[in-house]
Design a protein around this ligand. Structure first.
Ligand SMILES: Cc1cc2nc3c(=O)[nH]c(=O)nc-3n(C[C@H](O)[C@H](O)[C@H](O)COP(=O)(O)O)c2cc1C
Length: 198
C-alpha cells in the first residue's frame, strides 16, 4: 500500500535515461493486460514509439502547434520537441471500443482501457520509474493519429512517457476521501416507471 499511495505523475521535463529495459517494459505491458475486461474484448492497444519515429513525431507536434499559433518562440518549439524526444519510453495509448456490443457498452470498454492505462503507470512506478499520461491537442491532431496508424474509429487517449526521475517531481494534491466516497447504510428507495436504462 505504501508503494501504491506514493505514486505520482512525473512531468516529461523531469524524466531522463535510463528508461525501462526490454524485459521491464514487457512486464509493464503484462501488468496492463491484468485490467478488468468485461467479455475479454481487449478494448485498447499500445504503440511503442521507437527512436527513428521521435524526430518525425516532434515535427508533427511543432507543425500542429504552428497551425493554432503562427508565431512560435524557440522555447515553445523546444517544448513540443521535448514531448516527443525526451522520454526514454514513449507509448501511444489507444482505446478501441466496439460500438453497439450486445452486452458490453462502449463506456465500460473505455473504463477497462482507463484501468489498463493506470496499470502502466503503477507498474512503471513499482519498477522505480516516473511516468505521466499526456493528451491535449497533440492527441487530437489528425496528422499525428494518421502517422501513428490510429484509425478514425479508435480513440487516442494519450501518450504515456516513462523514464528515470532525474529532477525532483512536484506532486499534485489528492482529493479528500469524503469528496469521492460516500456510504449508504439504507437505500432511499425510488422507483421509476421506465426502470431500464437504455
Ligand atoms: C487520459 C488522460 C489524459 C491526460 N492528459 C493530460 C494533459 O494533456 N496535460 C496534463 O497536464 N495532464 C493530463 N492528464 C493528467 C496527468 O496525467 C496526471 O494524472 C495529473 O497531472 C495528476 O497527477 P497524479 O497522477 O500525480 O495525480 C491526463 C490524464 C489522463 C487520464
Amino acid at each position: 500500500m505504501e508503494a501504491l499511495l506514493a505514486r505520482h505523475s512525473v512531468a516529461v521535463k523531469r524524466l531522463g535515461a535510463p528508461g525501462p529495459s526490454a524485459a521491464e517494459l514487457l512486464s509493464i505491458y503484462e501488468a496492463a493486460t491484468t485490467a478488468p475486461d468485461h467479455g475479454a474484448l481487449r478494448p485498447w492497444r499500445l504503440i511503442e514509439i521507437g527512436n527513428e519515429a521521435r524526430p518525425q513525431l516532434a515535427q508533427l507536434f511543432i507543425d500542429g502547434k504552428r497551425r493554432s499559433q503562427s508565431e512560435l518562440s524557440a522555447a515553445e518549439i523546444e517544448r513540443e520537441r521535448e514531448k516527443a524526444v525526451r522520454p526514454p519510453v514513449l507509448l501511444a495509448f489507444v482505446a478501441r471500443p466496439i460500438a453497439n456490443h450486445p452486452t458490453v457498452p462502449a463506456v465500460e470498454q473505455l473504463a477497462s482501457a482507463g484501468a489498463a492505462m493506470q496499470l502502466v503507470l503503477v507498474a512503471a512506478h513499482f519498477l522505480g520509474y516516473g511516468a505521466i499520461i499526456l493528451s491535449g491537442a497533440r492527441c487530437a491532431d489528425r496528422n499525428v493519429m494518421a502517422s501513428l496508424q490510429i484509425g478514425e474509429d479508435e480513440i487516442f487517449l494519450g501518450f504515456i512517457s516513462i523514464g528515470s526521475i532525474v529532477d525532483e517531481p512536484r506532486f499534485g494534491k489528492r482529493p479528500e476521501i469524503h469528496q469521492v466516497v460516500s456510504k449508504m447504510e439504507r437505500l432511499k428507495i425510488e422507483l421509476r416507471e421506465e426502470a431500464t436504462v437504455v
